[in-house]
Design a protein. Structure first.
Length: 75
């Protein structure tokens, strides 16, 4: 599963990848184009919850939709 979110801070969108099926890839690309890699979906979700908020993005509804989808993957 991949989500692309348009940050208010960058022309390059943020990216969230949660892929349990292909060896477990859990990563994000932040608004500054740096990234984070996680060992589990729960670590990724915890980081996103702590560091990103709906008002950080052009479309806050997309962020909230992503969070609802990510909740399904909590370990």
């Amino acid at each position: 599963m991949e989500f692309t979110l348009k940050s208010k801070e960058s022309a390059i969108p943020c990216l969230v990848t949660l892929d349990d099926e292909n060896g477990g890839r859990y990563m994000i690309r932040k608004e500054d184009t740096s990234g984070e890699v996680f060992n589990s979906s729960s670590q990724l979700i915890a980081w996103v919850s702590a560091n990103w908020h709906g008002d950080d993005f052009v479309d806050s509804d997309s962020f909230h939709h992503m969070m609802k989808e990510l909740d399904k993957y909590e370990e």
